[in-house]
Design a protein around this ligand. Structure first.
Ligand SMILES: C[S@@+](CC[C@H](N)C(=O)[O-])C[C@H]1O[C@@H](n2cnc3c(N)ncnc32)[C@H](O)[C@@H]1O
Length: 194
């Protein structure tokens, strides 16, 4: 099922709404990450820059075949060979990667979905112990130029609560991602807390 309010505006406009290098720098996306999964590549706005920074494979899933086709074409044009892009309903079928296999999971502009706790449970399944979930979302502010309506847009504290409910721990509770976003980093612990 396509998650609610996940339609995209035109690509060129969408890509004016983020400072992608700043976001990836502040979330710590670099060569220390090996394999990474992403839910919803969209136009590949983050997929390609992340793939350039990591040392392993970026597995990305989108329910919309046009988004996968666009991301694959951009990867081909850029000569990137470490992107595995699949048409897949992650809410119904999961990420399609083994348990405990991923260094990071990207949930970018996604957590206004219907069942965030179930999604985060799937993220917790695929992360290796010590792996991280990187979340960004639109600020809870009616003046942002895009973003889901405020009645379904999560507040940062809601995202943090869902992470904890999924058994993840908070590594970085808040990252400012101007002009319109905030982020946070969760982690799958190697050992359960006493
Ligand atoms: C708001 S866009 C965000 C795209 C990208 N993460 C970004 O920030 O540029 C949400 C994306 O999730 C995809 N999507 C919606 N429901 C999905 C599902 N059930 N499984 C996989 N992808 C889904 C949509 O097709 C869309 O491309």
């Amino acid at each position: 099922m396509k998650l609610r309010d996940s339609g995209m505006p035109e690509e060129a406009y969408w890509e004016t709404l983020f400072d992608v290098p700043l976001i990836l720098d502040r979330l710590g996306v670099d060569h220390r990450l090996r394999d990474v999964v992403e839910l919803g590549c969209g136009y590949g706005t983050f997929t390609l820059p992340v793939a350039r920074r990591i040392t392993g494979v970026l597995t990305t899933c989108d329910i919309d075949p046009a988004m996968i086709a666009r991301t694959q074409q951009r990867a081909l044009d850029a000569g990137l060979t470490n992107i595995r892009a699949m048409v897949r309903d992650v809410f119904a079928d999961g990420f399609g990667v083994p348990a405990d296999s991923q260094d990071a999971a990207l949930l970018f502009n996604i957590l206004h979905c219907e069942e965030p706790s179930r999604l985060l449970a799937e993220v917790a399944r695929v992360l290796r112990p010590g792996g991280m979930v990187l979340v960004i979302h639109w600020r809870y502010d009616p003046s942002t130029p895009r973003g889901p309506s405020l009645d379904i847009r999560p507040r940062p504290e809601q995202c943090r609560q869902w992470m904890l409910e999924a058994g993840l721990t908070l590594l970085v509770a808040h990252v400012d991602l101007p002009p319109y976003h905030y982020g946070m980093v969760g982690q799958k612990l190697t050992e359960k807390k006493p």
